[in-house]
Design a protein around this ligand. Structure first.
Ligand SMILES: NC(=O)c1ccc[n+]([C@@H]2O[C@H](COP(=O)([O-])OP(=O)(O)OC[C@H]3O[C@@H](n4cnc5c(N)ncnc54)[C@H](OP(=O)(O)O)[C@@H]3O)[C@@H](O)[C@H]2O)c1
Length: 403
Protein backbone atom coordinates (compact mmCIF):
# COMPACT_ATOMS: atom_id res chain seq x y z
CA UNK A 1 0.00 0.00 0.00
CA UNK A 2 1.30 3.42 -0.91
CA UNK A 3 0.66 7.12 -0.66
CA UNK A 4 0.19 9.05 -3.92
CA UNK A 5 0.50 12.82 -4.21
CA UNK A 6 -1.26 14.46 -7.17
CA UNK A 7 -0.31 18.03 -8.16
CA UNK A 8 -2.91 19.89 -10.26
CA UNK A 9 -6.69 19.93 -9.83
CA UNK A 10 -7.86 20.71 -13.37
CA UNK A 11 -9.64 18.47 -15.87
CA UNK A 12 -6.90 15.83 -15.86
CA UNK A 13 -6.17 16.15 -12.12
CA UNK A 14 -9.84 15.39 -11.39
CA UNK A 15 -9.69 12.12 -13.35
CA UNK A 16 -6.40 11.15 -11.70
CA UNK A 17 -7.84 11.80 -8.24
CA UNK A 18 -11.04 9.80 -8.99
CA UNK A 19 -9.06 6.87 -10.43
CA UNK A 20 -6.53 6.83 -7.57
CA UNK A 21 -9.47 6.85 -5.15
CA UNK A 22 -10.89 3.77 -6.94
CA UNK A 23 -7.54 2.04 -6.44
CA UNK A 24 -7.96 1.06 -2.79
CA UNK A 25 -5.60 -1.94 -3.05
CA UNK A 26 -2.67 0.18 -4.32
CA UNK A 27 -3.14 3.65 -2.80
CA UNK A 28 -4.19 3.72 0.84
CA UNK A 29 -3.65 7.48 1.01
CA UNK A 30 -4.55 9.88 -1.83
CA UNK A 31 -3.47 13.52 -1.47
CA UNK A 32 -4.53 16.10 -4.08
CA UNK A 33 -2.80 19.50 -4.00
CA UNK A 34 -2.92 22.45 -6.35
CA UNK A 35 -2.48 26.22 -6.53
CA UNK A 36 -6.15 26.89 -5.72
CA UNK A 37 -7.36 24.96 -2.67
CA UNK A 38 -11.08 25.41 -3.48
CA UNK A 39 -10.70 23.35 -6.69
CA UNK A 40 -9.19 20.50 -4.65
CA UNK A 41 -11.99 20.75 -2.10
CA UNK A 42 -14.63 20.61 -4.82
CA UNK A 43 -13.05 17.42 -6.16
CA UNK A 44 -12.76 16.03 -2.65
CA UNK A 45 -16.55 16.40 -2.20
CA UNK A 46 -17.25 14.95 -5.64
CA UNK A 47 -15.01 11.91 -5.02
CA UNK A 48 -16.68 11.23 -1.66
CA UNK A 49 -20.05 11.29 -3.43
CA UNK A 50 -19.14 9.33 -6.60
CA UNK A 51 -16.42 6.93 -5.37
CA UNK A 52 -17.44 6.74 -1.71
CA UNK A 53 -13.88 7.48 -0.58
CA UNK A 54 -12.25 10.29 1.39
CA UNK A 55 -9.14 11.81 -0.12
CA UNK A 56 -6.97 14.50 1.49
CA UNK A 57 -6.38 17.90 -0.13
CA UNK A 58 -3.94 20.78 0.25
CA UNK A 59 -2.49 23.87 -1.39
CA UNK A 60 0.89 24.38 -3.00
CA UNK A 61 2.40 26.69 -5.58
CA UNK A 62 4.49 24.20 -7.54
CA UNK A 63 6.59 27.00 -9.05
CA UNK A 64 8.01 27.35 -5.53
CA UNK A 65 10.60 24.53 -5.26
CA UNK A 66 11.24 25.09 -1.54
CA UNK A 67 7.52 24.94 -0.64
CA UNK A 68 6.99 21.84 -2.82
CA UNK A 69 10.08 20.18 -1.28
CA UNK A 70 8.76 20.86 2.24
CA UNK A 71 5.41 19.31 1.31
CA UNK A 72 7.07 16.20 -0.16
CA UNK A 73 9.45 15.82 2.80
CA UNK A 74 6.53 16.06 5.19
CA UNK A 75 4.20 13.70 3.28
CA UNK A 76 6.82 11.24 1.91
CA UNK A 77 4.60 9.91 -0.92
CA UNK A 78 5.69 6.89 -2.97
CA UNK A 79 5.17 8.86 -6.18
CA UNK A 80 4.18 12.33 -7.41
CA UNK A 81 1.76 12.54 -10.33
CA UNK A 82 2.33 15.94 -11.91
CA UNK A 83 -0.82 17.04 -13.74
CA UNK A 84 -0.32 20.78 -13.23
CA UNK A 85 0.94 22.61 -16.32
CA UNK A 86 4.12 21.91 -18.34
CA UNK A 87 5.62 25.10 -16.84
CA UNK A 88 5.86 23.35 -13.45
CA UNK A 89 7.68 20.19 -14.67
CA UNK A 90 11.22 21.27 -13.75
CA UNK A 91 10.36 22.77 -10.37
CA UNK A 92 8.44 19.60 -9.40
CA UNK A 93 11.33 17.40 -10.62
CA UNK A 94 13.70 19.51 -8.48
CA UNK A 95 11.45 19.07 -5.45
CA UNK A 96 11.26 15.28 -6.06
CA UNK A 97 15.07 15.12 -6.16
CA UNK A 98 15.32 17.16 -2.96
CA UNK A 99 12.82 14.96 -1.12
CA UNK A 100 13.74 11.59 -2.70
CA UNK A 101 10.40 10.87 -4.41
CA UNK A 102 9.63 9.18 -7.76
CA UNK A 103 8.05 11.41 -10.44
CA UNK A 104 5.61 11.08 -13.34
CA UNK A 105 4.01 13.64 -15.71
CA UNK A 106 1.90 13.82 -18.88
CA UNK A 107 3.44 16.70 -20.85
CA UNK A 108 6.97 17.91 -21.48
CA UNK A 109 8.41 21.09 -20.02
CA UNK A 110 7.69 24.31 -21.89
CA UNK A 111 9.25 27.66 -21.03
CA UNK A 112 6.36 30.09 -20.37
CA UNK A 113 7.67 32.76 -22.74
CA UNK A 114 8.47 30.57 -25.80
CA UNK A 115 6.12 27.97 -27.30
CA UNK A 116 8.77 25.25 -27.58
CA UNK A 117 8.17 21.55 -27.04
CA UNK A 118 11.40 19.70 -26.39
CA UNK A 119 12.57 17.04 -23.98
CA UNK A 120 16.06 18.52 -23.61
CA UNK A 121 15.29 20.30 -20.34
CA UNK A 122 13.92 17.15 -18.69
CA UNK A 123 16.49 14.78 -20.25
CA UNK A 124 19.12 16.97 -18.57
CA UNK A 125 17.87 15.49 -15.24
CA UNK A 126 18.81 11.90 -16.21
CA UNK A 127 22.04 11.68 -14.23
CA UNK A 128 20.57 13.31 -11.13
CA UNK A 129 17.59 10.92 -10.99
CA UNK A 130 19.82 7.91 -11.73
CA UNK A 131 22.37 8.88 -9.06
CA UNK A 132 19.58 9.45 -6.52
CA UNK A 133 18.07 6.03 -7.30
CA UNK A 134 14.80 7.70 -8.34
CA UNK A 135 12.49 6.99 -11.28
CA UNK A 136 11.01 9.74 -13.47
CA UNK A 137 8.53 8.79 -16.20
CA UNK A 138 7.81 11.46 -18.81
CA UNK A 139 4.58 11.80 -20.79
CA UNK A 140 2.27 9.19 -19.25
CA UNK A 141 -0.96 10.56 -20.76
CA UNK A 142 -2.59 9.33 -23.98
CA UNK A 143 -0.52 11.18 -26.54
CA UNK A 144 2.20 11.20 -25.39
CA UNK A 145 1.76 8.09 -23.28
CA UNK A 146 -0.48 5.33 -24.55
CA UNK A 147 0.60 6.09 -28.13
CA UNK A 148 4.24 5.48 -27.08
CA UNK A 149 3.11 2.20 -25.49
CA UNK A 150 1.31 1.12 -28.68
CA UNK A 151 4.58 1.72 -30.57
CA UNK A 152 6.59 -0.16 -27.92
CA UNK A 153 4.12 -3.06 -28.12
CA UNK A 154 4.44 -3.08 -31.93
CA UNK A 155 8.23 -3.06 -31.69
CA UNK A 156 8.30 -5.83 -29.08
CA UNK A 157 5.62 -8.17 -30.44
CA UNK A 158 4.41 -7.27 -33.94
CA UNK A 159 7.37 -6.16 -36.09
CA UNK A 160 11.04 -6.97 -36.72
CA UNK A 161 11.46 -3.38 -37.85
CA UNK A 162 9.08 -0.43 -37.99
CA UNK A 163 9.32 1.92 -40.99
CA UNK A 164 6.41 4.36 -40.73
CA UNK A 165 4.30 5.60 -37.84
CA UNK A 166 1.34 7.95 -38.11
CA UNK A 167 -0.24 8.89 -34.80
CA UNK A 168 -3.91 9.75 -35.42
CA UNK A 169 -5.86 11.73 -32.83
CA UNK A 170 -9.58 12.36 -33.34
CA UNK A 171 -12.03 13.91 -30.94
CA UNK A 172 -15.34 13.13 -32.62
CA UNK A 173 -17.28 14.55 -29.67
CA UNK A 174 -19.44 17.63 -29.29
CA UNK A 175 -19.65 19.93 -26.24
CA UNK A 176 -22.17 22.36 -27.70
CA UNK A 177 -20.03 25.50 -27.17
CA UNK A 178 -19.09 27.89 -29.99
CA UNK A 179 -15.41 27.52 -29.12
CA UNK A 180 -13.66 25.65 -26.32
CA UNK A 181 -10.49 23.63 -25.90
CA UNK A 182 -10.51 20.13 -24.40
CA UNK A 183 -7.56 20.70 -22.12
CA UNK A 184 -5.83 23.78 -20.76
CA UNK A 185 -6.60 26.46 -23.44
CA UNK A 186 -3.21 28.13 -23.23
CA UNK A 187 -1.22 24.90 -23.66
CA UNK A 188 -3.63 23.61 -26.31
CA UNK A 189 -3.57 26.75 -28.49
CA UNK A 190 0.23 27.09 -28.20
CA UNK A 191 0.53 23.52 -29.51
CA UNK A 192 -1.86 23.95 -32.43
CA UNK A 193 -0.62 27.34 -33.64
CA UNK A 194 3.05 26.22 -33.62
CA UNK A 195 4.73 25.25 -36.91
CA UNK A 196 4.11 21.65 -37.97
CA UNK A 197 7.06 19.27 -37.85
CA UNK A 198 7.66 15.61 -38.63
CA UNK A 199 10.69 13.33 -38.79
CA UNK A 200 11.84 11.58 -41.96
CA UNK A 201 15.07 9.68 -42.66
CA UNK A 202 16.92 11.28 -39.76
CA UNK A 203 15.77 14.86 -40.40
CA UNK A 204 13.07 17.13 -39.02
CA UNK A 205 10.86 18.69 -41.73
CA UNK A 206 8.85 21.83 -40.95
CA UNK A 207 5.48 22.90 -42.31
CA UNK A 208 3.40 26.07 -41.83
CA UNK A 209 0.85 25.73 -39.01
CA UNK A 210 -2.14 23.58 -40.07
CA UNK A 211 -1.05 23.68 -43.74
CA UNK A 212 -0.94 19.89 -44.36
CA UNK A 213 -4.06 17.78 -44.05
CA UNK A 214 -5.36 14.30 -44.94
CA UNK A 215 -8.59 12.39 -44.40
CA UNK A 216 -8.44 9.33 -42.15
CA UNK A 217 -11.16 6.86 -41.25
CA UNK A 218 -11.32 6.72 -37.43
CA UNK A 219 -12.91 3.59 -35.91
CA UNK A 220 -16.04 4.52 -34.00
CA UNK A 221 -16.16 8.02 -35.50
CA UNK A 222 -15.77 7.85 -39.31
CA UNK A 223 -13.83 9.90 -41.85
CA UNK A 224 -12.35 13.16 -40.56
CA UNK A 225 -10.01 15.75 -41.99
CA UNK A 226 -6.82 15.66 -39.93
CA UNK A 227 -3.96 18.16 -39.73
CA UNK A 228 -0.25 17.50 -39.40
CA UNK A 229 1.08 18.90 -36.11
CA UNK A 230 4.28 18.63 -34.14
CA UNK A 231 3.68 16.58 -31.01
CA UNK A 232 6.24 15.85 -28.34
CA UNK A 233 6.26 12.03 -28.54
CA UNK A 234 7.74 12.28 -32.05
CA UNK A 235 11.04 13.39 -30.53
CA UNK A 236 11.58 10.33 -28.33
CA UNK A 237 9.96 7.77 -30.65
CA UNK A 238 12.21 8.90 -33.54
CA UNK A 239 15.15 7.89 -31.31
CA UNK A 240 13.72 4.71 -29.79
CA UNK A 241 12.04 2.85 -32.69
CA UNK A 242 14.50 0.62 -34.58
CA UNK A 243 14.75 1.16 -38.35
CA UNK A 244 12.21 4.00 -38.40
CA UNK A 245 12.04 6.02 -41.62
CA UNK A 246 9.21 8.44 -40.87
CA UNK A 247 6.96 9.47 -37.97
CA UNK A 248 4.14 12.04 -38.09
CA UNK A 249 1.28 13.19 -35.89
CA UNK A 250 -2.22 14.14 -37.07
CA UNK A 251 -5.16 15.70 -35.21
CA UNK A 252 -8.72 16.43 -36.33
CA UNK A 253 -10.28 19.90 -36.09
CA UNK A 254 -13.71 21.08 -37.24
CA UNK A 255 -14.16 24.07 -39.59
CA UNK A 256 -15.72 26.27 -36.87
CA UNK A 257 -12.83 25.58 -34.48
CA UNK A 258 -10.26 26.52 -37.12
CA UNK A 259 -12.15 29.69 -38.09
CA UNK A 260 -12.23 30.86 -34.45
CA UNK A 261 -8.53 30.09 -34.10
CA UNK A 262 -7.70 31.99 -37.29
CA UNK A 263 -9.64 35.09 -36.20
CA UNK A 264 -8.13 35.05 -32.71
CA UNK A 265 -4.66 34.70 -34.25
CA UNK A 266 -5.29 37.52 -36.74
CA UNK A 267 -6.31 39.96 -34.01
CA UNK A 268 -3.42 39.03 -31.72
CA UNK A 269 -5.39 37.20 -29.02
CA UNK A 270 -3.08 34.15 -29.14
CA UNK A 271 0.11 36.16 -28.56
CA UNK A 272 2.20 34.98 -25.60
CA UNK A 273 4.28 38.15 -25.23
CA UNK A 274 3.00 40.84 -22.85
CA UNK A 275 1.27 43.96 -24.26
CA UNK A 276 0.64 47.10 -22.16
CA UNK A 277 -3.02 47.71 -21.33
CA UNK A 278 -3.84 50.80 -19.25
CA UNK A 279 -0.37 50.75 -17.75
CA UNK A 280 -0.39 47.01 -16.98
CA UNK A 281 1.37 44.21 -18.92
CA UNK A 282 -1.20 41.69 -20.17
CA UNK A 283 -0.41 38.44 -22.04
CA UNK A 284 -3.28 38.10 -24.56
CA UNK A 285 -3.22 34.28 -24.45
CA UNK A 286 -3.51 34.26 -20.64
CA UNK A 287 -6.42 36.73 -20.83
CA UNK A 288 -8.07 34.59 -23.52
CA UNK A 289 -7.79 31.55 -21.23
CA UNK A 290 -9.85 33.40 -18.62
CA UNK A 291 -12.62 34.04 -21.19
CA UNK A 292 -12.82 30.50 -22.58
CA UNK A 293 -14.76 27.69 -20.90
CA UNK A 294 -12.82 25.73 -18.28
CA UNK A 295 -12.21 22.33 -19.98
CA UNK A 296 -13.54 20.47 -16.93
CA UNK A 297 -16.84 22.41 -17.27
CA UNK A 298 -17.46 20.83 -20.72
CA UNK A 299 -17.90 17.35 -19.29
CA UNK A 300 -21.57 17.30 -18.26
CA UNK A 301 -23.15 17.60 -21.73
CA UNK A 302 -20.39 16.14 -23.86
CA UNK A 303 -21.50 13.51 -26.40
CA UNK A 304 -19.60 11.39 -28.94
CA UNK A 305 -16.25 9.63 -28.83
CA UNK A 306 -12.52 10.06 -29.08
CA UNK A 307 -10.64 7.65 -31.33
CA UNK A 308 -6.85 7.74 -31.05
CA UNK A 309 -4.27 5.33 -32.32
CA UNK A 310 -1.06 4.51 -34.15
CA UNK A 311 -0.93 3.40 -37.77
CA UNK A 312 2.29 1.41 -37.97
CA UNK A 313 3.91 -0.09 -41.02
CA UNK A 314 7.04 -2.23 -41.18
CA UNK A 315 8.37 -5.72 -41.69
CA UNK A 316 7.66 -8.99 -39.86
CA UNK A 317 9.31 -12.30 -40.83
CA UNK A 318 10.45 -10.77 -44.12
CA UNK A 319 6.92 -9.66 -45.09
CA UNK A 320 5.40 -6.14 -45.05
CA UNK A 321 2.85 -5.58 -42.30
CA UNK A 322 0.59 -2.68 -41.32
CA UNK A 323 -1.52 -2.40 -38.16
CA UNK A 324 -3.68 0.21 -36.51
CA UNK A 325 -3.62 0.05 -32.70
CA UNK A 326 -6.30 2.23 -31.16
CA UNK A 327 -8.69 3.04 -28.36
CA UNK A 328 -12.21 4.48 -28.58
CA UNK A 329 -13.46 6.41 -25.57
CA UNK A 330 -16.99 7.68 -24.99
CA UNK A 331 -17.42 11.15 -23.44
CA UNK A 332 -20.72 10.40 -21.71
CA UNK A 333 -19.42 7.12 -20.22
CA UNK A 334 -16.44 9.03 -18.76
CA UNK A 335 -18.80 11.54 -17.22
CA UNK A 336 -20.84 8.79 -15.60
CA UNK A 337 -17.73 7.21 -14.10
CA UNK A 338 -15.59 10.17 -13.00
CA UNK A 339 -17.53 13.37 -13.95
CA UNK A 340 -15.05 14.12 -16.77
CA UNK A 341 -14.96 14.31 -20.57
CA UNK A 342 -12.95 11.80 -22.61
CA UNK A 343 -9.93 14.03 -23.31
CA UNK A 344 -9.28 14.41 -19.57
CA UNK A 345 -10.11 10.72 -19.02
CA UNK A 346 -7.75 9.41 -21.71
CA UNK A 347 -4.96 11.49 -20.13
CA UNK A 348 -5.71 10.78 -16.47
CA UNK A 349 -6.14 7.00 -16.70
CA UNK A 350 -2.64 6.37 -18.20
CA UNK A 351 -1.13 8.72 -15.61
CA UNK A 352 -2.58 6.55 -12.83
CA UNK A 353 -1.49 3.38 -14.64
CA UNK A 354 2.08 4.69 -14.92
CA UNK A 355 2.07 5.59 -11.22
CA UNK A 356 0.83 2.08 -10.37
CA UNK A 357 3.68 0.62 -12.50
CA UNK A 358 6.22 2.61 -10.43
CA UNK A 359 4.53 1.89 -7.10
CA UNK A 360 4.36 -1.86 -7.74
CA UNK A 361 8.05 -1.87 -8.72
CA UNK A 362 7.32 -2.96 -12.31
CA UNK A 363 8.78 0.26 -13.72
CA UNK A 364 11.11 1.13 -10.85
CA UNK A 365 14.32 2.05 -12.74
CA UNK A 366 16.55 4.94 -11.66
CA UNK A 367 16.76 7.68 -14.31
CA UNK A 368 14.48 9.78 -16.52
CA UNK A 369 12.56 7.77 -19.09
CA UNK A 370 10.15 8.20 -21.96
CA UNK A 371 7.34 5.70 -21.92
CA UNK A 372 8.53 3.48 -24.78
CA UNK A 373 11.75 2.79 -22.86
CA UNK A 374 9.71 0.84 -20.30
CA UNK A 375 8.10 -2.62 -20.71
CA UNK A 376 4.73 -2.04 -22.40
CA UNK A 377 3.21 -5.40 -21.38
CA UNK A 378 2.14 -4.72 -17.77
CA UNK A 379 1.12 -1.15 -18.64
CA UNK A 380 -1.11 -2.10 -21.57
CA UNK A 381 -2.72 -4.93 -19.63
CA UNK A 382 -3.47 -2.58 -16.76
CA UNK A 383 -4.62 0.45 -18.81
CA UNK A 384 -7.10 -1.75 -20.66
CA UNK A 385 -8.67 -2.97 -17.41
CA UNK A 386 -8.59 0.53 -15.97
CA UNK A 387 -10.86 1.93 -18.71
CA UNK A 388 -8.90 2.27 -21.96
CA UNK A 389 -9.15 -1.06 -23.83
CA UNK A 390 -7.17 -1.25 -27.06
CA UNK A 391 -7.51 -3.05 -30.36
CA UNK A 392 -4.90 -4.24 -32.88
CA UNK A 393 -6.40 -4.14 -36.35
CA UNK A 394 -4.51 -5.59 -39.34
CA UNK A 395 -4.59 -3.30 -42.38
CA UNK A 396 -3.85 -3.97 -46.04
CA UNK A 397 -0.30 -2.88 -46.87
CA UNK A 398 -0.84 -1.72 -50.45
CA UNK A 399 -1.44 2.00 -51.10
CA UNK A 400 -0.29 5.16 -49.43
CA UNK A 401 0.07 5.43 -45.68
CA UNK A 402 -3.31 6.25 -44.22
CA UNK A 403 -5.19 4.91 -47.24
N1 LIG B 1 -0.42 13.55 -22.67
C1 LIG B 1 -1.67 13.85 -22.92
O1 LIG B 1 -2.37 13.06 -23.57
C2 LIG B 1 -2.28 15.12 -22.41
C3 LIG B 1 -3.56 15.48 -22.86
C4 LIG B 1 -4.18 16.58 -22.28
C5 LIG B 1 -3.51 17.32 -21.31
N2 LIG B 1 -2.25 16.97 -20.93
C6 LIG B 1 -1.53 17.73 -19.89
O2 LIG B 1 -2.20 17.57 -18.65
C7 LIG B 1 -1.90 18.66 -17.81
C8 LIG B 1 -3.17 19.16 -17.14
O3 LIG B 1 -4.10 19.59 -18.12
P1 LIG B 1 -5.56 20.12 -17.70
O4 LIG B 1 -6.39 20.16 -18.92
O5 LIG B 1 -6.03 19.37 -16.49
O6 LIG B 1 -5.21 21.63 -17.28
P2 LIG B 1 -6.08 22.61 -16.34
O7 LIG B 1 -7.52 22.18 -16.37
O8 LIG B 1 -5.72 23.98 -16.73
O9 LIG B 1 -5.51 22.29 -14.88
C9 LIG B 1 -4.21 22.62 -14.50
C10 LIG B 1 -4.16 22.57 -12.98
O10 LIG B 1 -2.82 22.85 -12.59
C11 LIG B 1 -2.86 23.82 -11.55
N3 LIG B 1 -1.66 24.66 -11.53
C12 LIG B 1 -1.26 25.58 -12.44
N4 LIG B 1 -0.16 26.19 -12.02
C13 LIG B 1 0.15 25.64 -10.81
C14 LIG B 1 1.18 25.89 -9.86
N5 LIG B 1 2.13 26.81 -10.06
N6 LIG B 1 1.18 25.16 -8.72
C15 LIG B 1 0.22 24.22 -8.48
N7 LIG B 1 -0.79 23.97 -9.33
C16 LIG B 1 -0.81 24.68 -10.49
C17 LIG B 1 -4.06 24.68 -11.90
O11 LIG B 1 -4.42 25.41 -10.76
P3 LIG B 1 -5.45 26.67 -10.79
O12 LIG B 1 -6.77 26.02 -10.57
O13 LIG B 1 -5.01 27.55 -9.69
O14 LIG B 1 -5.32 27.30 -12.16
C18 LIG B 1 -5.06 23.60 -12.31
O15 LIG B 1 -5.68 23.01 -11.21
C19 LIG B 1 -1.22 19.70 -18.72
O16 LIG B 1 0.17 19.64 -18.50
C20 LIG B 1 -1.56 19.23 -20.11
O17 LIG B 1 -0.57 19.63 -21.05
C21 LIG B 1 -1.62 15.86 -21.44
Amino acid sequence: MAKVLIIGAGGVGGVVAHKCAQEREVFDDVLLVSRTLSRCEKLQREIAEVQGRDIRVGQVDADDVAATTRLLEHEKPAVVINVALPYQDLSIMDACLNAGVDYLDTANYEPPDVAKFEYKWQWAYRDRFRDAGLTAILGSGFDPGVTNMYCAHAQKHLFDSIKYVDILDCNGGSHGKAFATNFNPEINIREITARGRYWEKGEWKETDPLSVSAVFDYPGVGERKSFLLYHEELESLALNLRGLERIRFWMTFGEAYLKHLEVMGNIGMTRIDPVMYQGHPVVPMKFLKELLPDPSSLAAGYTGKTSIGCLIEGVKDGKPRKVFIYNICDHAACYREVRAQAVSYTTGVPAVTGAVMITKGLWKRPGVWNMEEMDPDPFLEDVGKRGLPWVVQERAVAGAVGA
